[in-house]
Design a binder for this molecule. Structure first.
Ligand code: ATP
Ligand code: LTN
Length: 332
């Protein structure tokens, strides 16, 4: 019997992974993978809530798998898989749809943001996106969900849906908790630090991508928006740009904000910005090199996602069968 606590998390293959996905999520996944039983998913079904080019979606999915492994997730110790390969996700999502309320889904800030950005494609999938996410999490009897701050509301909704279902049918689902990093929960854009760094951002200068070349990373940091002062000080209210750079530096080096303030005392942004760039370049270099190597090894990647899906399916269908029985479906 596996007594370890269970972790589930996922990222949509909707573009190139950013420093936000890394510091907000994957970095924690790697730390947790040592102690817990972990499921790390590439949520391609979520990705199609925005229109995707099919060839690109396929490429991003495989690249993301290579990047998960390159970031330090060992497929032997972790169940790494592609969401659409385990059809229980779609099946549980349907049932969960009937236990999620229109009103609560209407309050989801991600839905409101994404609807405002995609006025021409406010599809039903975008609306029920958090229900599929709840199904992802609940299928594995998950204890902890490591995500960035922006996903907290979705994990809370998952808890509400699980409790509602359990309230009617008994203890079917474990009620999960969000796990949000203390530093790095919200990495902002380098060009508009009032917005979250996001892989579907239209302004590439604001984003740092895991696979980006060092020269490009350095250029983006040198151009990062700061303020008219010259003091390196953590003050997210009044110095958004600089505070964001400090968060990135802290996440890349493990230093605290006060250590960083001391390190750059009396030095201006001209010294600080390239130092952040260097730290990020060094942090990402081994990841990029390993991911570039892995992406060429299609047979290996295939073996990882096949095995991952098989392992995931075993747990997922156990939960799904229980749910079907509880709601009154006839056993086949
Ligand atoms: P998209 O632009 O396609 O919506 P995204 O870049 O916002 O994607 P997601 O795939 O939605 O990223 O998120 C992947 C994981 O990384 C989630 O756990 C999310 O909370 C986290 N994350 C994403 N962006 C950031 C960020 N800027 N700072 C901290 N965490 C982030
Ligand atoms: N909604 C998340 C991605 C996601 C997820 C999940 C995260 C889908 N299913 C389950 C944690 C657990 C996002 O947009 N980042």
């Amino acid at each position: 019997m596996d007594e370890k606590k269970v972790i589930f998390s996922g990222i949509q293959p909707s573009g190139e992974l950013t420093l936000g996905s890394y510091f907000g999520a994957i970095k924690n996944w790697v730390e947790l993978s040592k102690e817990y039983s972990c499921y790390y998913c590439i949520v391609d079904m979520h990705a199609i809530t925005s229109r995707q080019n099919p060839a690109e979606l396929r490429r991003h999915t495989l690249e993301q798998l290579a990047q998960y492994i390159a970031c330090g997730l060992d497929p032997k110790d972790n169940t790494i898989f592609i969401q659409s390969h385990v059809s229980a996700h779609a099946e549980l999502a349907w049932v969960m749809n009937c236990y999620a309320m229109y009103g609560e889904l209407s309050r989801m800030t991600q839905f409101k943001d994404k609807s405002a950005k995609n006025e021409d494609n406010i599809n039903a999938g975008l609306f029920t996106y958090p229900v599929l996410m709840a199904a992802d999490i609940l299928l594995y009897q998950t204890d902890l969900v490591p995500v960035g701050e922006d996903q907290k509301q979705h994990v809370e909704l998952t808890r509400d849906i699980a409790q509602r279902f359990n309230g009617v049918y008994g203890e079917v689902f474990r009620v999960p908790q969000p796990f949000i990093p203390k530093v790095g929960a919200r990495i902002m854009s380098l060009t508009s630090p009032e917005n979250k760094m996001s892989k579907s951002d239209k302004d590439p200068g604001g984003c740092i991508y895991l696979m980006q070349k060092p020269e490009e990373i350095m250029r983006s940091f040198k151009r990062a928006v700061t303020d008219s002062e010259t003091v390196v000080k953590y003050d997210p209210e009044n110095k958004r740009g600089v505070s964001n750079l400090m968060t990135i530096y802290a996440s890349a080096t493990g230093k605290s904000y006060s250590e960083i303030e001391k390190e750059f005392e009396g030095k201006g942004y001209g010294e600080f910005k390239p130092a952040v760039g260097e730290a990020v370049v060094e942090r990402l270099r081994p990841i990029r090199e390993e991911a570039e190597r892995l992406i060429k090894d299609k047979a290996y990647l295939e073996s990882v996602y096949r095995e991952g899906a098989e392992r995931a399916a075993r747990t997922a269908y156990k939960t799904l069968r229980k749910v079907y029985k509880k709601v009154g479906f006839v056993e086949k």
